[in-house]
Write a protein that binds this ligand. Structure first.
Ligand code: IMP
Ligand code: MG
Length: 182
């Protein structure tokens, strides 16, 4: 295990099972959907989850990316949401969008992106989060699909970072406090 990790919260196997679970829920709900379905991967944290999820869905999807920043640095959310990379498509009227997030925490990111895409005229907008940290929710928003509910900890791995590090870990773990108190 990585020296900076205090303990593993979710193993590779648990992540795989949770991904398969949400993939089968999504596949069931979208099997008869009309139009094009786009997975909207929220960079950078959702890259790993999105990549695994899209290969588990049993219907065809297309891929878009959006990059937003709500965290300046470290472990505390700033409450602000800036779009630093936007999707390239203009006409969303025939597009079912599934926003793919690594984690829902305060709910600001998912609720704001969701509302924005509805306003832009998407045919439908749903959200999936691999991790759900309900204790931190400031905005009353729940994703349509949640992989794993977690205790109120700051976690890294499987795409999630602390100051850009630890995204490459194959599991999700809790950082040793001395790493972020330094
Ligand atoms: P929200 O807008 O507060 O729901 O936060 C969502 C975003 O904050 C995620 O996309 C992550 O980038 C980041 N985030 C929230 N909690 C954690 C965590 O425990 N570890 C790493 N990143 C996190
Ligand atoms: Mg993120």
């Amino acid at each position: 295990m990585n020296d900076s990790i205090e303990r593993i919260l979710f193993t590779e196997e648990e992540i795989k099972e949770a991904t398969a679970k949400v993939a089968s829920e999504i596949s069931r709900d979208y099997k008869d959907a009309e139009g094009t379905t786009v997975l909207l991967c929220i960079l950078k944290g959702s890259l790993v989850f999105c990549s695994d999820l899209m290969r588990k869905l049993d219907f065809p999807t297309e891929l878009e990316f959006m990059k937003v920043s709500s965290y300046g640095s470290g472990t505390i959310s700033s409450g602000q949401l800036n779009i630093t990379l936007d999707i390239s498509r203009k006409d969303l009227s025939d597009i079912n969008i599934i926003i793919v997030e690594d984690i829902i925490d305060t709910g600001i990111t998912l609720s704001r992106i969701h509302d924005m895409l509805v306003k832009r005229g998407a045919k439908s907008v749903k959200t999936v989060a691999l991790l759900n940290n309900p204790a931190r929710r400031g905005t009353p928003y729940e994703p349509d699909y949640s992989g794993l509910f977690m205790p109120n900890e700051f976690v890294v791995g499987y795409g999630l970072d602390y100051n850009e590090k630890f995204r490459d870990l194959p599991y999700i773990g809790v950082l040793k406090p001395e790493i972020y108190k330094r």
